[in-house]
Design a protein around this ligand. Sequence first.
Ligand SMILES: [Ca+2]
Ligand SMILES: [Ca+2]
Ligand SMILES: [Ca+2]
Length: 547
Amino acid sequence: MQLQRITTWAAFLATAIACSARAEEKPPSLGGLFPAGCSRPGTVAVTALGDFPSWPLKAWVADESENKTGVACKVLKEKGKLEISVPGDTEPGIYWLRLYNAAGASSPRPFLVSTLPGILEKNAGSQAGDAIRLEKNGVMVHGRLEKKGEVDKITVKLDTGAVLVADLLANRVLASPMDASLQVTSPAGFILAENDDDQGMDPRIVFRAPSEGLYIVRIFSFPAKPNSSIQFAGEKSYVYRLALTTGPFIEYAYPLAAGLSESPQLTLNGWNIPAERKLTRVAAVERRTQGSIRLPGAANQAAIDREDGDIITEEKYPGTGRLLKPSGTLLLSGRTGSAGEKDVFLLTSAEERKLSVSVKARELGSLLDPVLSIKGPDSKTLSEADDTDGGLDCKTEFTAAGGKTYRIEITDRYSHGGQRFYYLLRVATPEKSFSLALGADSFVLEEGKKLEIPVTIARHGGFDRKILVTASGLPDGIRSTTAESVPGQDSAKAVKLILEGTSTAPGAPFRITGKTGEKEDAPGIAGYKVAGRKRPLQRAWLTVKAK
Ligand SMILES: [Ca+2]
Ligand SMILES: [Ca+2]
Ligand SMILES: [Ca+2]
């Protein structure tokens, strides 16, 4: 009897140990966070959404440039519960969080840090008695449409003439699988303003209160991938962040580009921007980048492309003249200011030149769906582009003969126009460069075995140099081969790295870099796609699994 009991216990213990070992054999999968952000300084209880075969996990947080940050994530005892704390000196923006165990790491998911106070939708004013009073400032409401048919309602109190900006972020950045809509209604339910899609699938409303009183902001959604249901949708993953403000909201700076060193004057466009704040300057930067412009108390930030070149606006473009000599890079900001407007620019190159022409609009938050066409000296269309690289913005290339005049035409796909239909036209010599890409964001090396990492190589503008690809920043004890990508061979487009070794580090971020040995070629870092992010991230994750 006694013996049998012991054997049963032993069997039970063995099973328990095996179960926990098996759980640790599977990596966590993180779909998102709720709430998906907080204000600075702040500490917030966050629920991790996903599949966690083991708990507690470890957390890793990085800033938008994938560097170390003061934003810290504590993993609590209760499964799925985290505590994220944001110090007062944290830059507002997007932070990336991974959860990991001994078996692997989740994909990075975003956490938004704002200077505006954050509130949970369930604590926001749903009754007249606890309406949010917005007095020339704003709040970030963190909410979720959890169940089918759910409609979130937030009551705000507005003064006569107050301009309310309601901007929802869900499908973009957070990659919530929802196609949301917003409405502003009277307390009796009359719809005063509504919007389905503004920034992609995410809605934005700008509403001027006709009189002092209470107004209700309603949020509801359909699935991002349409189904046959006509009911409003809701899921645990339908996480959103709603900016509600009667304070400043920057939409874009004009012009949309600035040089690296100069600090030109830019005009801020948007809503509720005080007159004395409308003109601004930007600090010098070292290299070509996309920067952002912020304003104290503003609910949004504007993107600004930083690059040296001829920076002009369509307003400065002489009606009868030619575009400035395209010997360098040309960055022209413009708008299709009214319905049906077609912007036409003439271009003459002194000698024969291959040119790359691109129009950025949606990437910068514009409502313009640009169509670009290039017409030759005989008015024949040489090239036309509408949507390139999976987005609505466009680019093309053509060869300009010396001394001949070409027309560059920009219109909206649906002939729409207005102040919010802005674009940045870029004309430049096609760059000779390369980029590296990974098919995954996380890799597992089993001790005693070899890990093969495939890297794909894109060669732009006929880039024809040999590239040496290797892994860097690996944990102590882990080695990587160096692979050669040689033009004209199979390795021109794809190589494989082999990692092996042993390490005490259970997991760590690392990078895969490519170099040519030529000083003028910038080294490349392999990137991987992240749901909701326009540009790839570059710090992949390596798990070293003990034998
Ligand atoms: Ca929508
Ligand atoms: Ca125009
Ligand atoms: Ca387009």
